[in-house]
Design a protein around this ligand. Structure first.
Ligand SMILES: [Zn+2]
Length: 187
């Protein structure tokens, strides 16, 4: 899941937030059966392109998605509410749920101004959000990173997405490749 920046971080000056790569790393249980899957699981047409590019980028980077995993992935969709009780200090922006035979991603629907909270969900942000959740849902990456590298899998959206998106995505798949080659590797 990705979290909206908590107020204590949000209030910090921009120059400081640029070097704050994590305001609160946390581990999350993605495999809970307590979260009821939405009844209208589907691939949203607006989000399908991000999904397709993730799958092709992963294959190009040498970390293609197994067919079985792709078949289990049943939904990438907007939602009005994400109700997960493990984040009292921040709002969840999006999340992946995995369980036996089923994987899906939900993203909070932006308001009329295109924002969720104070976060503007523009094309770049949306791509990072989807790539983050598919890192969990298609590559089985659990937990979050806290360093500058592999920042797509940080708990919080990184300002670097506006400066070096290609580099972030390259680092993302290189990190996943390292994990695939050596499951004990942690970025
Ligand atoms: Zn996450």
């Amino acid at each position: 899941m990705l979290l909206l920046r908590p107020s204590t971080c949000f209030l910090l000056p921009l120059w400081l937030t640029l070097v704050l790569v994590s305001c609160g790393e946390r581990r999350v249980n993605y495999d809970s059966t307590s979260y009821a899957p939405p009844s209208n699981l589907h691939m949203d047409s607006e989000l399908q392109g991000y999904f397709d590019s993730y799958v092709s980028d992963a294959a190009a980077a040498g970390v293609g998605i197994p067919d079985e995993t792709l078949q289990e992935f049943k939904g990438l969709m907007w939602t009005d509410h994400i109700d997960i009780k493990n984040s009292p200090d921040a709002t969840i922006l999006c999340h992946c749920q995995r369980r036996h035979g089923l994987r899906f991603v939900e993203l909070l629907k932006p308001n009329a101004e295109g924002k969720v909270g104070t976060t503007l969900v523009d094309d770049v942000t949306l791509k990072v959000m989807v790539y983050h959740e598919l890192g969990h849902c298609l590559h089985d990456f659990s937990g979050h990173t806290s360093g500058k590298s592999a920042a797509v899998m940080n708990s919080y959206l990184q300002p670097a997405r506006y400066f070096d998106l290609d580099g972030l995505l390259r680092d993302h798949f290189q990190m996943l490749k390292k994990v695939q080659d050596n499951p004990s590797f942690r970025p």
